[in-house]
Design a binder for this molecule. Structure first.
Ligand code: CP
Ligand code: NVA
Length: 334
């Protein structure tokens, strides 16, 4: 790569533990500043004035679209939303040509794709940073918002400039092993959290992804056994500080819906499950949304234990922080 090659964010694997910590911290500090009636730091304010951020989305989105457009506007830039019905990509034009052309006119590309290779190929042919806004494998913008949410919900005196103070936090994932889990797991590896995953058999983390996750556990505070996997939801939630899930049928898997709903029965997150499994007193619940009733009961989803709406709002601050790090500061994350 040339010294001028842009730095991309395709998954949490692209970040050092320190950089992930910084992106979460910066997200939190911009949030506090704006919420307390103060403004963004002078170097950020107007930092995208006169610049366009292209948003190539080949799947639906509420949070990612609204948070990205809002974040670009906050930095005085222009978010240009390009849905799959709007542009030539995939019908009349190749990914390579699209990526070269669009990147010649904008300051960054935020892309939501089907196969991860699509966003990876886009990054190779783009002259500007490419930010993955969800592929079938990873969802880094969600992960940054999720660790901000955890940092807020579990304040710690171990928290310092270099640490979010989340070392040893016990995260349980009950449900499908998917894109949201994979980047959450990379985050756990990098931040020293414990992650216990329960999936039905046949739906566990693929071997190639597991090896990406376990080799990421370079943080000295990450125990070697930070990741445990089971097919029994009760086992995963034991001693959990937080229980996390996501849809059982991700976008693109609609044809498997019937089979999946059957195979995942018994995996709904409920108060009874948390109690039977022995989750910690005061356990919290997270979900990236959109949510369906099958994976979590209303009772949990709308309970005081639920962090879901704070988590969704944090997507905005995650987007501001990523634009700051990758676009305004050109990949220097400080
Ligand atoms: N969590 C998330 O990415 O939601 P959207 O699909 O609505 O963007
Ligand atoms: N796993 C879900 C996340 C949506 C934000 C999907 O890929 O559809």
């Amino acid at each position: 790569t040339s010294p001028f090659a842009p730095r991309h964010l395709l998954s949490i694997a692209d970040l050092t533990p320190k950089e992930l910590t910084t992106l979460v911290r910066n997200a939190g500090s911009h949030k506090s500043a704006l919420k307390s009636g103060s403004s963004l730091p002078p170097n950020l304010h107007n930092s995208l004035l006169g610049r366009t951020i292209a948003m190539l989305f080949s799947k639906r989105s509420t949070r990612t679209r609204v948070s990205t457009e809002g974040a670009v506007a906050m930095l005085s830039g222009h978010p240009m939303f390009l849905g799959s019905q709007d542009i030539q990509l995939g019908v009349n034009e190749s990914l390579y040509d699209t990526s070269v052309v669009i990147s010649s006119m904008v300051s960054a590309i935020v892309a939501r794709v089907n196969k991860h290779e699509e966003v990876a190929e886009m990054a190779k042919s783009s002259s500007v940073p490419v930010i993955n806004a969800l592929s079938d494998l990873w969802h880094p913008l969600q992960t940054i918002a999720d660790y901000l949410t955890l940092h807020e919900a579990f304040p710690s005196d171990k928290s310092s400039g270099g640490s979010l103070g989340l070392e040893g936090l016990r995260i349980a994932w009950v449900g499908d092993a998917n894109n949201v889990l994979f980047d959450l797991a990379l985050g756990a590896a990098k931040l020293g959290c414990h992650l216990s995953v329960a999936t039905p058999s046949g739906y566990s983390i693929p071997d190639n992804i597991r090896s990406v996750i376990t080799t990421a556990a370079a943080n000295p505070s990450t125990p070697i056994d930070f990741l445990t996997e089971t097919n029994i939801p009760e086992e995963a939630v034991k001693d959990a500080d937080v229980i996390v899930t996501d849809t059982w049928v991700s976008m693109g898997q609609e044809s498997e819906q019937k089979k999946r709903l059957k195979d995942f029965s018994g995996f709904q997150v409920t108060h009874e499950l948390a109690k039977r499994g022995g989750a910690k007193e005061g356990w919290k619940f997270m979900h990236c949304l959109p949510r369906h009733r099958e994976e979590v009961s209303d009772e949990v989803f709308y309970s005081p234990a639920s962090l879901v709406f704070a988590e969704a709002e944090n997507r905005l601050w995650s987007a501001v922080s990523v634009l700051e790090g990758f676009v305004v500061n050109k990949g220097r994350i400080v």
